[in-house]
Design a binder for this molecule. Structure first.
Ligand SMILES: Nc1ncnc2c1ncn2[C@@H]1O[C@H](COP(=O)(O)OP(=O)(O)O)[C@@H](O)[C@H]1O
Ligand SMILES: [Mg+2]
Length: 323
């Protein structure tokens, strides 16, 4: 059963996508079966893995609305045990389409529940916003990894982020949402500010902070333009080694029970196979709504018509903390 991990910080440009793409690659190298869901309409993870967005192809948008089954949306990557479900610009429209449908906060969760037994890790590359998409991502996740940019730190931003997580944890999420940890990104050993911010986080962040810090690395910023993770671009770079280390740190959070069940490798999807995707629905809207209209008022969990989610008898990860 997969650990479903949302990589989220409401701030853009903090390395959410870089973390998703590269952490997933190193987990795959460790033998884990990994799925990365690109849940950002900007689709940077999709292009970073060599699947630039195409409007006539299936994307997580179709999965969200039940228009396509997961298998039809899953793309192979260079690793046979590392899959991608791409995003597309349609996802931006989903924000508005979701507003009036029942169980609108649970759509991504319902989609992921269909496939979570196929993977060891499912990452959700989150959009940099607070929206109904964000809520869907956090509700679908068991855990959250928070990238924190080492030369920019806003205590206010972090407090807001923790509040959002707590609201989802207490009000909507069925199984609870754990903070697996914050990870310092774009860290510069020679820059006093990086060290100061790392110290501030260590002192004030109420959850785990990963020991691994991701350094500023040209290889990490170059790799997406080649459509591949850094492991294939420059595996000896400091950035590549750091994500390898972070993958090991994440795996170390698993319980011994999970270690006793070695991953069963699954064959890569055949990229030549034609994928059947339901045509897009009509997406015309009367007007672009204000962000405020899109933000949902978080409310107590509604009774789902779906069968109840089976929650593991024991907490499966022991190093992350509940609120
Ligand atoms: N450790 C790093 N070193 C150098 N550049 C980085 C690093 N991490 C991310 N970047 C670059 O910073 C930019 C923002 O990263 P990205 O992962 O897209 O952030 P987000 O998904 O949070 O918006 C991208 O151009 C990316 O290549
Ligand atoms: Mg991103």
């Amino acid at each position: 059963m997969a650990r479903v991990i949302a990589v989220y910080n409401q701030k853009g440009g903090v390395a959410k996508t870089t973390t998703c793409v590269n952490l997933s690659a190193y987990l795959a190298l460790e033998g884990k079966k990994v799925l990365l869901i690109d849940f950002d309409p900007q689709a940077n993870a999709s292009s970073g893995l060599g699947h630039p967005t195409k409007l006539n192809e299936g994307s997580i948008y179709h999965g969200l609305f039940g228009l396509a089954e997961p298998d039809a949306l899953t793309k192979p990557t260079i690793f046979y045990n590392y899959h991608l479900i791409p995003s597309s610009q349609h996802l931006a429209g989903a924000l508005i389409e979701l507003v009036n449908i029942p169980e609108r906060e649970y759509k991504l969760k319902q989609f992921i529940d269909k496939i979570r037994d196929k993977y060891d890790y499912i990452f959700i590359d989150m959009p940099p916003s607070l929206s109904l998409l964000t809520i869907n991502g956090l509700v679908a996740a068991d855990e959250i990894v928070i990238p924190v940019q080492s030369h920019y730190f806003s205590m206010e931003g972090l407090s807001q982020l923790l509040e959002i997580i707590e609201l989802v944890h207490k009000n909507i999420s069925a199984q609870g949402l754990k903070v697996s940890g914050a990870v310092m990104t774009m860290f510069d050993e020679n820059e006093p500010l990086s060290h100061k911010i790392a110290g501030d986080i260590a002192a004030s962040f109420p959850h785990n902070v990963f020991k691994t810090r991701i350094p500023r690395s040209a290889a990490l910023s170059e790799a997406p333009s080649y459509g591949r993770p850094v492991i294939l671009h420059d595996p000896n770079s400091t950035g590549a080694r750091a994500y390898e280390q972070l993958a090991k740190e994440l795996i170390a959070q698993e319980t011994p029970k999970q270690f006793q069940m070695p991953s069963q490798m699954i064959p890569a999807a055949d990229p030549r196979q034609e994928q059947v995707v339901t045509p897009l629905p009509n997406e015309s809207f009367d007007s672009a709504q204000d962000m405020a209209d899109i933000l949902i008022d978080i409310k107590p969990q509604v009774q789902s018509e779906q069968p109840p989610v089976v929650v593991a008898e024991e907490p499966v990860r022991d190093t992350a903390f509940y609120f």
